[in-house]
Design a protein around this ligand. Sequence first.
Ligand code: FMN
Length: 350
Amino acid sequence: MKLFSSFQLGSLQLPNRVVMAPMTRSRAIGALPNDLMRTYYAQRASAGLVITEGVAPSPNGLGYARIPGLYARTQIERWREITDAVHAEGGRIFAQLMHTGRITHPLNQPDGARVLAPSAVRAAGTMYTDQQGPQPHAEPEEMTEDDLRATRDEFVQAARNAVLAGFDGVELHAANGYLLEQFLHPHTNRRTDAYGGRVEHRARFIAEVAEASASAIGAERVGIRLSPYSTYNDMPLHDEVDALYTTLVASLRGLAYVHLVANAHPGFGPLVRRLRDEYRGPLMLNGGYDLARASADVEAGRAELISFGRPFIANPDLVTRFERGAELASPRPELFYTPGPEGYVDYPAL
Ligand SMILES: Cc1cc2nc3c(=O)[nH]c(=O)nc-3n(C[C@H](O)[C@H](O)[C@H](O)COP(=O)(O)O)c2cc1C
């Protein structure tokens, strides 16, 4: 089965095409990676590639309770222990750089952090906080030119820090309604400068972050995640999705991969085919996959790589189970984001 054949991703040789999708697990007390996380990632090292949970490139990017960062020396040192453990198990690991932008609450951020977004448009809905339970999302500040520069630099520095911490690369999180996608979308981006307005302008910030990160650590070590047609995190549908993503992806040639999160919108499938022609580089697909569909998509050349989220939570040895046709364990969603080992490192391998 082609899904279990090796794939050359830049200079990395992946032993199979089954990728562990990025998943926030909220075990990083004080935004610091720890031993529990080391165990969790080492248990899953037989994935062709592990992509970490969303990791904040700066305190401003810490939207959720207990998510890790990659901007302070101690964070880099702790991540180093995790990447060493994954490599010792024979694995490869990318850090997902996630700046949550307006999807946050000040209680989830350290003192002095700011809630930034392309425009001052508050997200509908609530954000969970450990201190006071669910709270309305914060009202973001519209980013100034200085903020744009500083935030771009934070991504670049976090990419460098990832390399220092022993990661094989980074994935820029430009999906699911977080800061980078907030630039793309007309609902969250109402700017009238060179970063707002027509699609070329709205794609500009992401393109700049991608290009600067690629020149800092090498394009073959920078992937990107996109979720066209997703409405997650208060991103209402609009009628420029195809034009927007075609324009954006054309500016991303040379990156390690483009990672697309599938959804049920009828426009998603046709857009993927268009982006595939436009992009040429490695494509990773995600969302609701099982072995049969993953294998079919890889065989048919619709994607080089398939990432699995929830199946990896309860099946640390997912690749082996797939290869043997073994039954999969089901994850316990009530323990997805709870602190501590339960529902995290206690799912056994076969
Ligand atoms: C517990 C949990 C946490 C997640 N956290 C992230 C995240 O930090 N970054 C991200 O890009 N996607 C995140 N996702 C989305 C997954 O990467 C993936 O897109 C989704 O689970 C669909 O894939 P699946 O059907 O294989 O689970 C998360 C999903 C789950 C279940």
